[in-house]
Each structure stands twice: as structure tokens, then as C-alpha cells.
Design a binder for this molecule. Structure first.
Ligand SMILES: C[S@@+](CC[C@H](N)C(=O)[O-])C[C@H]1O[C@@H](n2cnc3c(N)ncnc32)[C@H](O)[C@@H]1O
Ligand SMILES: [Zn+2]
Length: 553
């Protein structure tokens, strides 16, 4: 039973063309006039929308909801069931079965246990979908601040016959979560899907989530998180500044949200592990696992960075804010870890490539954006369990495409660059991605595509190598015909000044090794590029984007 005060909202239904169903606010069989509503089917839920729209619903967000259902299932399989079986000390709850691929997997045979809070629920659609579609759910609280929203949630709970699982609640989300905290009520899963920024809800959610619980977080304020106009607002809300005017600003948006979550969690001796972090359409969505661990909190400093990015040529240089070093102890039994201050800065006052001025971004999260095991489980569920369910999971193909790209992203290389942008700076023709990959691979570096932007590459190569490879994609280019005041000319002309000298080649790279012959890396990129999957979404509909709050009048 919900221990928090449950603020019942009386729902009254009347009219001629009546469909009758019980309301949770009363045991009596109240009726509603179905003609007053449009019925929207999404997933396994059917939601009644008042024809006069008073509650928020954005159909474009089906991708967000389909993906969230799949991610909660993956969390349940990988982590949640373990918590539950460990708690009940009954390993009998897990039974082996085989996947289509022949791989064995444990099947959970225990009782339903998952407690979910949808703190900002609007129509209740998401909570009702979770009730219909996610196994092992014990209870879902669908909360909203607005009476019209709670009325709608209540109505839809009844219409979908899920009142045994979904309870609606009317409260400010923070009031509810802090009351839950006081009463020691915890949730395994907390979904925060606000208008704009999630910032006001983060502290309360981090204190109300269970150990190893899953937090699903949306931010739609991309004008602030990824735009050029509000660095001061971005800093105030997220504790850092985005990569203003840079194509990789969408990745910095993800890293800023993860920074906010991690900095907030650290106050409560907790860490936030990103399981999946996606830049989607007009918003970002991160799926993180939260755990109390004072030891891991110590990594926060070295896992946080600032970034210097050149306002002219776009080259970027990351500066961790702390240093973590590990060495073997005397008895070789124990690793000795030392935390110390970072050394810097990593750049001179002016960009050595083009002479431009550096802008400062961050502080933001510097670590991996995804957990491969988790992404693979989401992809497996999407492929095997949701097979032949395109009617229910209308965005299945898009999930497959976006997560396949995310899974293949290299994890230890913040940001990405666009060969289109780099070649246009150098006034060269745009080379195919596989050629750039071949060049970087020949110099000993790794690279991958990114889910966040088409035709772009993440790489662990330094910018010296990026400029060198791109310039030599068109080695015969006659630079004497270039505008001498252009940035591209400066970069090419100065190249010999900053290319690694013989003595430095082991540390950086050996330019003489450059080759554009196909290699393992170019093969990997080309294979992924040729996969017949929906890699990047065209604009889903006309005038798509975040929806405004409904007009209550
Ligand atoms: C973007 S909508 C949620 C959409 C919903 N999660 C879905 O998938 O369709 C945001 C909702 O948050 C509610 N809201 C805004 N501030 C709130 C607060 N402080 N506490 C609770 N609900 C709030 C609004 O009334 C609105 O219904
Ligand atoms: Zn520069």
C-alpha cells in the first residue's frame, strides 16, 4: 500500500453515450461520456484524452516511452532480480532457460517486486504502459501536481483496468519524494520526465531511490543545454557550461546532465553509473544506476573535466579536474590508489593550430556514456522479446538503430568531430568516413560513429592526428591558391611546427605511418555504415518538438 498520503481526486463521469467502469476514487460504478474523449492507443495502453485538451501529451515521445519500457525490462533482468533474490535470500527464484541464440539465461521465478515512481505523469500513459508491459511490477505511483492531470490519470487507470498496480497521487513531486524519504519508502525505478530541466527534482529522487535502482531522466531544455545563447543559465542549472557553437554540443549536453546527477549524488555518498545516455530529437534522456559507495565517490574528481575548445577551428582538449593513480602495494596483494590534484593547462593561451581563442566548457562528466552489457540486453529484448510487436513498439526499428550506434561508440573519448566541418575549414573535399577511419587506424588510433550526429566520428586521436589525416585525404591540394588569412591555410602552413618530432613519435604518432589502405578500423566503420538499420531519424512529423504546457482555460 502506498504509505505516502494519497490525495484522492474525485472523478465524475456523466453523459448519454455511457461506458461504465469503476473509479479508484470511489467503489461505485461511475460512468463517463466516451464522446467527450479521443482514444489514443500507444503500446498496450489506451488513453482517453478530453477533446478539449487540458493535459500534456506528445505523441513524438513514443520513442522515449518504448525505449523506457525496454530499458526497465533490461534493468530488471540484469540487476533488479538480483537485488530481489539477494534480499529474499532465495536463489530458487531464478531458473535457467535458453535464448533464441542458444545462450542460457536466468529466468526470474520470484514474486513481483518492482516499485516504480513516475513523478511527473501528466495523463498516466507512461505509468499505465509500464503496468501493462513490464513484468515483475508490484506497484507504480503516477504523480502529478495538476488536478486536471490527476483526474486524467485516475480515469485512465480505470479505463485500462490497472488499478491493482497503478496508484495516482497529487503532489508536488519533491514533496512526495521527501515524504517518502521520511517514511523510508524507496523505489526501484524513478522516472523523471519534466517540462524543460530535471534539475529541481534530482536531489529528492537520489534520496528516494533504492540501492542499484534505475533512474530515467529527460531534459528538454536543449536551448540551454546545447544552445549558444545561455551559458550562464546552463551553469546555474547544471553546474557547467556546454560546448557553445560546437557540433559536439549534444554530447556535452549529456555530460552536463550526468555531471549534475553525479555531483548531486556525491553529497549522499552515492554514485551514478550511466547505463545509456542518448541525445534524441529535441531532448536528452539518460538511464543511470544509483548506488551508495563512498569509495566510488572518490573517483568523481578525476571523472570530471573542463574542456578548452577553439572558437575558430573547433579543436578541443579535455582537462580532468583530478588525478587517480594506482600502483601495486609492497606485498603485491593490494592496489594502492592515490588521489591528487590535476596538472594543467593542456593548451597555450592561443590555439597552436590556428591562433584562435579558447572557450571553456564544463565542468562536466568525463567517463563512459553507456554500459555495454546493458545496451546489449536492451537490444536483445528489442530484437527477441519485441519481435513481431511493431504494432505495440512502433519505434522498434529506431531503437535498434540508435542503440546499435551507441553500443559501438568508443567509450574513452569524449566528443566527436565532423569530417565535413574539418574539410570545409581546410577547404578540401569531404572524404568518406571509411577513408578518415583508415587514416586514423594506420596511426594507431581508434574511432567510431556516434548516435548523436550523422557523419561524425569519435576518436581517441589527438587533434594533431585529426588535422594531419584530413589534410592528407587530399595531398595534392595546392595551398598556394588558398586565402592566406583563412584558418585552413594557417593550419596547413603551420603543420610542421606542431607535428610530432622524431623524439616525440612514440608518445604521439609517427606521421610516416599514415596510410589510407583499408584496415580493421575502416572495415568496422564501413560495416556499421552499411547495416540496414534506421541510424538517424528524419524529422518525425511536421512541427515536431517539445510540446508546450496545455492551456488550462
Ligand atoms: C512533460 S509532462 C510529463 C509527460 C509524461 N511523463 C508522458 O510520458 O506523457 C510534465 C508533467 O509534469 C507536471 N509537473 C510539473 N511540475 C511538477 C511538480 N513540481 N510536481 C509534480 N508534477 C509536476 C506537469 O503538470 C505535467 O503534467
Ligand atoms: Zn584553433
Amino acid at each position: 500500500m502506498l504509505r505516502a498520503a494519497f490525495n484522492k481526486v474525485k472523478t465524475t463521469f456523466s453523459g448519454n453515450n455511457n461506458t461504465s467502469f469503476p473509479s479508484s476514487s470511489s467503489d461505485s460504478n461511475e460512468t463517463l461520456n466516451i464522446d467527450d474523449y479521443n482514444i489514443v492507443k500507444e503500446g498496450k495502453a489506451q488513453i482517453l484524452f478530453p477533446k478539449k485538451e487540458t493535459v500534456f501529451y506528445n505523441p513524438i515521445q513514443q520513442f522515449n516511452r518504448d525505449l523506457s519500457v525496454t530499458c526497465i525490462k533490461a534493468w530488471d533482468n540484469l540487476y533488479g532480480q538480483k537485488i530481489n533474490t539477494n534480499n529474499s535470500r532465495s536463489k530458487k527464484n531464478r531458473k535457467r532457460r535458453k535464448l533464441d541464440t542458444g545462450e542460457p539465461i536466468d529466468t526470474f521465478k520470484g514474486s513481483n517486486y518492482i516499485r516504480i515512481l513516475e513523478a511527473l505523469s501528466a495523463t498516466g500513459l507512461r505509468a499505465i504502459r509500464y503496468a501493462h508491459e513490464i513484468p515483475h511490477v508490484k506497484e507504480i505511483i503516477a504523480n502529478d501536481l495538476l488536478p486536471a492531470a490527476v483526474e486524467s490519470i485516475d480515469r485512465n487507470i480505470q479505463y485500462n483496468k490497472v488499478s491493482h498496480l497503478v496508484k495516482c497521487n497529487m503532489d508536488d513531486a519533491n514533496v512526495l519524494m521527501y515524504r517518502n524519504k521520511a517514511e523510508k519508502v524507496k523505489y526501484h525505478v524513478i522516472d523523471l520526465d519534466p517540462y524543460g530541466t530535471v534539475t529541481p527534482f534530482v536531489d529528492a529522487a537520489l534520496q528516494t531511490i533504492d540501492e542499484d535502482g534505475l533512474m530515467l531522466v529527460t531534459c528538454t531544455d536543449l536551448a540551454v543545454l546545447a544552445g549558444n545563447g545561455y551559458p550562464e543559465k546552463c551553469f546555474a542549472l547544471y553546474g557547467g557550461v556546454n560546448l557553445v557553437s560546437h557540433e559536439a554540443t549534444h554530447e556535452s549536453a549529456l555530460r552536463l546532465v550526468l555531471n549534475l546527477l553525479n555531483q548531486s549524488a556525491a553529497k549522499y555518498k552515492k554514485t551514478v553509473e550511466p547505463l545509456l545516455s542518448l541525445s534524441i530529437d529535441f531532448y536528452v534522456r539518460v538511464f543511470v544506476k544509483v548506488k551508495t559507495s563512498p569509495i566510488l565517490v572518490k573517483d568523481l574528481q578525476s571523472n570530471t573535466m573542463i574542456t578548452y575548445h577553439c572558437s575558430q577551428c573547433g579543436s578541443y582538449h579535455n582537462q580532468p579536474l583530478g588525478r587517480k593513480t594506482e600502483r601495486e602495494g609492497k606485498k603485491k596483494l593490494k592496489q594502492i590508489i592515490k588521489y591528487s590534484v590535476a596538472q594543467g593547462p593542456p593548451v597555450d593561451q592561443k590555439c597552436k593550430f590556428c591562433g584562435g581563442t579558447y572557450h571553456l566548457a564544463g565542468p562536466m562528466y568525463a567517463g563512459p556514456l553507456h554500459n555495454k552489457e546493458f545496451v546489449e540486453e536492451v537490444l536483445r529484448i528489442n530484437k527477441e522479446e519485441h519481435r513481431d510487436m511493431d504494432d505495440t513498439y512502433g519505434t522498434r526499428k529506431r531503437i535498434e538503430g540508435m542503440l546499435t550506434l551507441a553500443k559501438n561508440e568508443i567509450s574513452d573519448a569524449p566528443f566527436y568531430f565532423s569530417p565535413n566541418v574539418v574539410s570545409s575549414i581546410l577547404k578540401l573535399q569531404v572524404p568518406p568516413l571509411r577513408k578518415v577511419a583508415a587514416g586514423l587506424g594506420s596511426l594507431g588510433y581508434d574511432c567510431s560513429m556516434t548516435h548523436a550526429q550523422p557523419s561524425s566520428l569519435k576518436t581517441d586521436a589527438p587533434w594533431e592526428a585529426i588535422w594531419y589525416v584530413l589534410r592528407h585525404c587530399e595531398p595534392d591540394k595546392d595551398i598556394s591558391k588558398m586565402n592566406e588569412r583563412g584558418i585552413g591555410y594557417q593550419i596547413i602552413r603551420n603543420m610542421n611546427n606542431w607535428l610530432p618530432k622524431e623524439s616525440n613519435r612514440t608518445k604521439l604518432f609517427d606521421p610516416s605511418k599514415l596510410s589510407f589502405e583499408e584496415n580493421e578500423l575502416s572495415g568496422k566503420i564501413e560495416k556499421l555504415r552499411k547495416l540496414k538499420i534506421v541510424k538517424y531519424q528524419e524529422n518525425p512529423t511536421k512541427n515536431w518538438g517539445p510540446k508546450a504546457r496545455p492551456n488550462s482555460s
